[in-house]
Design a protein around this ligand. Sequence first.
Ligand code: BGC
Length: 738
Amino acid sequence: MHKPSTFSSPKSAVHQYSKRVTELISRMNLQEKIGQLSQVMGNDSQQLAEDVAKGIVGSVINEVDPKTILKLQRIASQKSRLGIPLLVGRDVIHGFKTIFPIPLGQAASWDPELIKLAAGIAGSEAASIGINWTFAPMIDISRDPRWGRIAESFGEDPVLSSVMGVSMIKGFQGENLKKSNYIAACAKHFVGYGASESGRDYCTTNIPENELRNIYLPPFKAAADAGVASFMSSFSDLDGLPASGNKWLLDTILRKEWQYPGLVVSDWESIAQLQIHGLTATPQESAFTAFDAGVDMEMVSHTYRDHLTTLLNAGKITEQDIDSKVLRILDLKEKLGLFEVDFTADANQPVFYANKDLEIAKQLALKSCVLLQNNNQTLPLHPDQLNSIAVIGPLANDGYEQLGTWIFDGEAEYSVTLLNALRRDLGDAVEIKFAKGMTNTRSYGTDLFAESIRLAEQSDVVILCLGEESILSGEAHSRAELNLPGNQQLLIEEIAATGKSIVLVIMAGRPLTLEPIVDKVDSILFAWHPGTMGGPAISELLLGVSSPSGKLPVTFPRKVGQIPIYYNQKHTGKPSTESQFIHMDNIPERSPQTSLGMAATHLDTHFSPLYEFGFGLSYGRFEYSNLTLDKKSLDRGEKLHIKITVKNTGKYNAEEVVQLYIRDLVGSVTRPVKELKQFKRICINAGSSQVVEFELAPTELAFYNRNMELTNEAGKFHLWVSGSSSSELMAEFELTHD
Ligand code: BGC
């Protein structure tokens, strides 16, 4: 059973540092202390070597040559006065060399164990060249698919993002950070970055405090409780205060309320950017504002280096303030075991792409693919009934694009593409013809269409592999439209005109508005950017070796104009209903205003999304029945036991993600129409049933009220268990206490 651990007891307020760390700080001079607060670009320059030797660099970022890393660590540990090793940071986001699906795809697997294994592999590959700190997981709640960084997120739900975030942290950090294959993780971007206006990256965010606490903060609280080694302050401006200068966020909430003992690093130059935001007038003011707000380490910009001494001399900050930040950095170095590493020894041979790791990459890709449509049970394909398959599309055989965004260290030549995997899996049994169809996903040229149509006509079935190239999502890669880019729709229409069955495989970094093409194809498999082993995973699914079992971690809108659209919305005073809905095409002329139902909806599109959160089809067919609760009312200290029978009435053994939702009917602040609370991934053989059980505690029903207190409120709840967020099977219970 997967549920977040947002309600564990606070840790002790005073963090105890080791003797080594406290002794060390007593011997440090001011320059060395300020140096520890600085993260600089790693490189092989004379200048950096000298600075490290002087002990005035705490961390380097983006150095991936193992020889240079080792050289710098040797200088730091042997030539600098106090021998303090470096934190070596890198964005290991969804793999280092072996690339796993983008995080949004990983979230679609609803498989925390697999995510933990994947992070463990990513961390260990990175650690093998000397990296000891990653800037992941990104646990920003993302309700806007226009935002390019939604690709790096776990989607729109606080519980799913919390569970996945914690799994990733555990995978990176292991049980003991001292072991050489584990690296420190970083919960980012604290907080609210995902709410940037209209999805434009780096834009302003406005999140009321109640929403912040109920929706955006829980994954970060879960990360803090799970012992994440570091937090990153966001670029974004929250209610007028950019996060890296936001004392309320970094001090009141993170340090005081949550008692978080770890290190806070700024995002890239975000301290210097306080001036660009217009919050400060000079770099010195920026340094003071971030320092005072609670940033410990400055990433890449150097306002701390340049101005902390002046600020100290002017009495604006104290040496104790500096010490408290340095202690957190030294503490992490100690936890990582860096003081014990023998950097004189030769580096170990890096280990990349181990077969067992590639198998995990395949499993995760397989479980992250979401089957959105399967008309006439076109899938799985039955090779024994096929002579030829046309594989068409710019993403069918592109090892680079399938890796997705944020893959600094990924290598396309290790990717197995869908075309290659199908050829390998089918051997000579079925003829596979390939046409690229378009030069890339954004092209408008139609020169390659004729060949594609010809191949389609000559084949029994068409597998179209379309979507977005990796460059279309990720940081600073937001979109205003969410359609299949370029002339993809036209290509689909022209191939559909051949009358052949079409299986559309989409690789993309975000939800797309697929409404215009759903009736032109038979099946749609949404594969996100699936990573190194994307091809074999998709091939297995298309050929029915495994059944699709991914579920959407984010709502797919019909139209961009519906955004933000998410399942855990508020009910409103005038909710939309089917009976009230009327499309503008059907409104008689001169209808009176009041004839239109007066509901929270648009006139030019249905109020529902195209695919709801939690949705995903399977080759199995799951029937849910007998939802029973062991009690009608839940008292303090009690737990609600929930049972449901899930039967696979289909012909294929398959995995299903069973999801538990609740609705708090009346609250002192309005509550969402549905909230995911727990989920379980189960496997049911064809024709078999399973009784799935959950246990729900009152703490999981708590929420932040108007006074920003985490509280339970007595009253009625609805509860659903199903394979998506749009379930019918409902039960009721009552919570008896506040
Ligand atoms: C991103 C961070 C990333 C950092 C270091 C920034 O631009 O916002 O997520 O960790 O760069 O590469």
